[in-house]
Design a protein around this ligand. Structure first.
Ligand SMILES: Nc1ncnc2c1ncn2[C@@H]1O[C@H](COP(=O)(O)OP(=O)(O)OP(=O)(O)O)[C@@H](O)[C@H]1O
Ligand SMILES: [Mg+2]
Length: 207
């Protein structure tokens, strides 16, 4: 199955649908080459948190001076499997590293409570490590972690915007889709970008 969801995943901020406020703030960070040390992306399922986290992480690494160390870069973790020892291990490097590291803990609410606690000090004190955290369940994230982060609420774009985007994608894919059909897909998907792409895929493949 030709996966529209992955094929049309934005690779840069300008490709992200909606979220104009986040994009404009981010543009300011990039221009000034200055970023918050810890960012929390929160929002509904399939609204673009993982996508944004990766884009932000890449931007930070590209904008800031590189170190001499081969461990420079963006590291993404699925928080489910992150135990205390792993948190300690990945944070240890802060004492002798002079470049920039971005640690992106996706689905941070799935990180065991104790591991979240071990993150508290590094988030506040490590000089060259930037943290990006993403969650659809902020109530399950340690309050101390949240209080250390710059928070961004990731939102679904308007129905009208999504309808236009689905029409553009249908055209690129060479399939016929009317505005009414596109709007119906968006409505059935409750305005979620990911669900809209999945439902468009179903329509193209099976209807
Ligand atoms: N704001 C957006 N702009 C463009 N495409 C989007 C956006 N949000 C979601 N998508 C599409 O949906 C797919 C899934 O998005 P993503 O994984 O970033 O969502 P998520 O918020 O991390 O989901 P989850 O809540 O499950 O963690 C992307 O590959 C992309 O195709
Ligand atoms: Mg995600």
């Amino acid at each position: 199955m030709n996966d529209l969801m992955l094929k049309y995943r934005p690779q840069s901020m300008s490709e992200v649908w909606g979220n104009e406020k986040i994009k404009s703030v981010w543009d300011g960070f990039v221009k000034s080459r200055s970023f918050p040390k810890a960012i929390l992306l929160r929002g509904g399922y399939g609204s673009g948190k993982t996508t944004l986290g990766r884009i932000m992480g890449r931007d930070i690494v590209e904008c800031l001076p590189k170190g001499m160390c081969s461990t420079d870069g963006l590291f993404e973790y699925d928080s489910v499997g992150v135990d205390i020892e792993m948190v300690r291990r990945v944070m240890d490097i802060r004492n002798f590293h002079h470049g920039v590291i971005v640690r992106f803990f996706d689905e941070i609410h799935r990180m065991p409570e104790k591991s979240q606690e071990v993150l508290l000090k590094p988030i506040e004190e490590s000089e060259n490590i930037y943290f990006i955290l993403a969650t659809s369940n902020p109530e399950k994230v340690d309050g101390g972690i949240i209080s250390r982060c710059a928070e961004f609420e990731v939102e679904n774009p308007s129905f009208e915007f999504l309808t236009d985007e689905l029409l553009k994608i249908a055209k690129l894919e060479g399939v016929q889709l009317t505005r009414e059909e596109a709007l119906e897909i968006v409505e059935c998907s409750n305005g979620s970008p990911r669900k809209s792409l999945i439902n468009l895929q179903l329509k193209i493949n099976y209807f």
